[in-house]
Design a protein around this ligand. Structure first.
Ligand SMILES: Nc1ncnc2c1ncn2[C@@H]1O[C@H](COP(=O)(O)OP(=O)(O)OP(=O)(O)O)[C@@H](O)[C@H]1O
Ligand SMILES: [Mg+2]
Length: 279
């Protein structure tokens, strides 16, 4: 791991400081449709520190999902550099990217992407199937991840037997089961009503309060206001970045303050024996 900063501690010793969670420089991405080039990203620079909660906004087609797919190591840039936790990933091959994804990244999409024939528990266990963990260990971790999102009691339900918000919570549990350090969510509330959206954001806030770095795409400014920082895209570039300098842990509104009922409902699904856990 590369460390990009060093500092002198009070005792005068130099010690390592953790690198930024994300650092991208001059990132570009072109798509090719026959002989047509679609420049989806035109030189994006962004640094996200460990533990930040960042909302990406911008009009349709401005490059948000393209950028998230690069951050999530689902795709490679045309040019530019990307350091994830200090590790240069932009030149990695697809096997190396798959390893990095498993180790460090949890990704949630607008359309949940759960496998319909599997139970909630089996869906959550899926990312661990190719790991060295034993079956018992995989089950334990999948149950723990379902507890984090308050859904242990729905472990045997298939996606069709769950509400939209519950399906998204299963998708969040599946993204958490590998204990990622970076959580990416591309319009996770896009298919949900506002009360259910608030529940989902409350879960992301709680995870962030426990140290997880969160980057979220949303079209809704009230959802974005739960983040510490709002970054706006237009035509493949970042055109605005607010909240970065004056962020303190107390500044973002807490979802549970704005919609206590919704969180209470979620908590009622998460009795104390399945209370939030981190792993
Ligand atoms: N696979 C692809 N092949 C060709 N062009 C693509 C592809 N994916 C995206 N694009 C184009 O790249 C640009 C950015 O798309 P992207 O999906 O990143 O936008 P977005 O900001 O996420 O939009 P939305 O808010 O609608 O989800 C758009 O012009 C889109 O048409
Ligand atoms: Mg998109």
């Amino acid at each position: 791991m590369q460390y990009d900063e060093q500092s002198n501690g009070l005792n005068g010793k130099r010690h390592r400081v953790r690198p930024a969670a994300i650092r991208v420089e001059q990132l570009t991405k072109n798509y090719y449709l026959g002989r047509t080039v679609v420049p989806a990203l035109r030189g994006v620079n962004l640094e996200v520190k460990q533990g930040e909660f960042v909302a990406l906004m911008g009009p349709s087609g401005s490059g948000k999902s393209t950028f998230m797919n690069l951050l999530g190591c689902l795709d490679r840039p045309t040019s530019g550099s990307y350091l994830l936790d200090g590790v240069p990933v932009s030149k990695m091959n697809s096997n190396q990217l798959a390893d990095i994804r498993n180790q460090k990244i949890g990704f949630v999409f607008q359309s949940f992407n759960l496998l319909s024939w599997m139970t909630a528990l089996e869906n959550v266990e899926l990312p661990l199937v190719y790991s060295s963990a034993s079956r018992a260990e995989r089950l334990r971790r999948a149950q723990q991840a379902l507890s984090v999102v308050g859904l242990k009691s729905r472990a045997r339900h298939r996606p069709a037997e769950l509400s939209g918000g519950q399906q998204q919570r299963v998708a969040i549990a599946r993204a958490l089961v590998t204990s990622p350090s970076l959580f990416l969510a591309d319009e996770p509330t896009g298919n949900l009503d506002s009360q259910t959206s608030t529940q989902i954001i409350a879960i992301l806030q709680e995870l962030n309060a426990r140290g997880l770095t969160v980057v979220l795409v949303t079209h809704e400014s009230d959802i974005a206001s739960f983040a510490h920082r709002q970054v706006k895209f237009r035509d493949g570039r970042i055109v605005d970045d607010t909240g970065i300098m004056h962020w303190t842990p107390t500044t973002p509104p807490m979802a549970h303050q704005l919609n206590a009922g919704a969180v209470a409902e979620r908590r009622s699904l998460a009795p104390t024996d399945e209370k939030q856990v981190t792993s």
